[in-house]
Ligand binder design. Structure first.
Ligand code: SAM
Length: 290
């Protein structure tokens, strides 16, 4: 690491360091080394990070780099970097820039020709995806949804027919209304997983169709606490209507005369062995055409 103040110094590097999302044992040996060795740590919340540094016996000075000052004060960190000091960027938990501050600083540093080095580690969305049991070969991360229903539903509508696994961050006090809106937009049957309090004492990963997941969360107020990630299976195009035999359609039509669509599809599925969702979609298509 270069000392600051040298004439025409080699610029320092900006290390983007992931910290734990709960379990402090998840910090990496490399993260600890970097945090010890740099001249300055740019932290989202210096009081919060001071406790973490104390835990690991790290005495490196901390300076605030949060949402509100990042754009304006980025220059302060840039000056130190250009003077030859190495700087680490951390957020309150997990990987900086992932629904956390740091984007402007990283962008400014790269534009100034400073080497930016990622020091990978915990990230809630990746931890959740790795254990959710939903397709993980392709996925999209939507971050936090808007706080109000109208905005939230509008955003969900945009990804309604997205075939890749969908990943969202959500605040605990909004988890229930979020699941209600997801159900309204994606449908009751869409598989979903709630990943809560990852790496902590009350870690929970619950996978159910959206309607059942919402009922489960509603019935247990403990599930409305702590930090959570919601994962939703990507949209699957309904198979060709022709896949529903005419016999299955006949049964479905009879049942539709007696009961609501959802119940009729469920019962017809039991009688005929055809997938419930397929029957549901076929009935919807039929109603649209009528
Ligand atoms: N930068 C962090 C990361 O790498 O995951 C995310 C920061 S964002 C401000 C905080 C959100 O991440 C929480 O509201 C929650 O959605 C998710 N999150 C963070 N820690 C979590 C945990 N231990 N379990 C589940 N979700 C978590």
């Amino acid at each position: 690491m270069t000392a600051s103040g040298a004439l025409n110094p080699t610029p320092g590097s900006l290390y983007v360091v992931a910290t734990p999302i709960g379990n402090l044992d998840d910090i990496s040996a490399r993260a600890l080394k970097v945090l010890n060795d740099v001249a300055l740590i740019a932290a989202e919340d210096t009081r919060h990070s001071a406790r973490l540094m104390q835990h690991f016996g790290i005495g490196t000075p901390l300076a605030a780099c949060h949402e509100h000052n990042e754009r304006d004060h980025g220059g302060r960190f840039l000056a130190r970097l250009l003077a030859g000091d190495d700087v680490a960027l951390i957020s309150d938990a997990g990987t900086p820039l992932i629904s956390d501050p740091g984007y402007h600083l990283v962008r400014q540093a790269r534009a100034a020709g400073i080497t930016v080095v990622p020091v990978p580690g915990a990230c809630a969305l990746i931890a959740a995806l790795s254990a959710a049991g939903l397709p993980s070969d392709r996925f999209i991360f939507e971050g936090f949804l808007p706080a109000k229903t109208v905005g939230r539903r509008a955003r969900l509508e945009q990804v309604k027919e997205e075939p890749r696994t969908l990943i969202f961050y959500e605040a605990p006090h909004r988890i229930l209304e979020c699941l209600v809106d997801m159900q309204a937009v994606f449908g009751a049957e869409r598989p979903a997983v709630l990943a809560r309090e990852l790496s902590k004492t009350f870690e929970t990963l619950k996978g159910l169709p959206l309607a059942e997941l919402q009922a489960w969360v509603e019935a247990d107020s403990n599930q409305q606490r702590g930090e959570c990630v919601v994962l939703v299976a990507g949209w699957q195009a309904p198979e060709d209507d022709a896949a529903v035999s005419s016999e299955a359609m006949r049964v479905l039509d009879l049942l539709l005369k007696e009961m609501p669509l959802k119940r009729a599809a469920a019962l017809a599925a039991e009688i005929t062995g055809v997938r419930k969702n397929l029957l549901y979609q076929a009935a919807l298509a039929q109603q649209k055409d009528a």
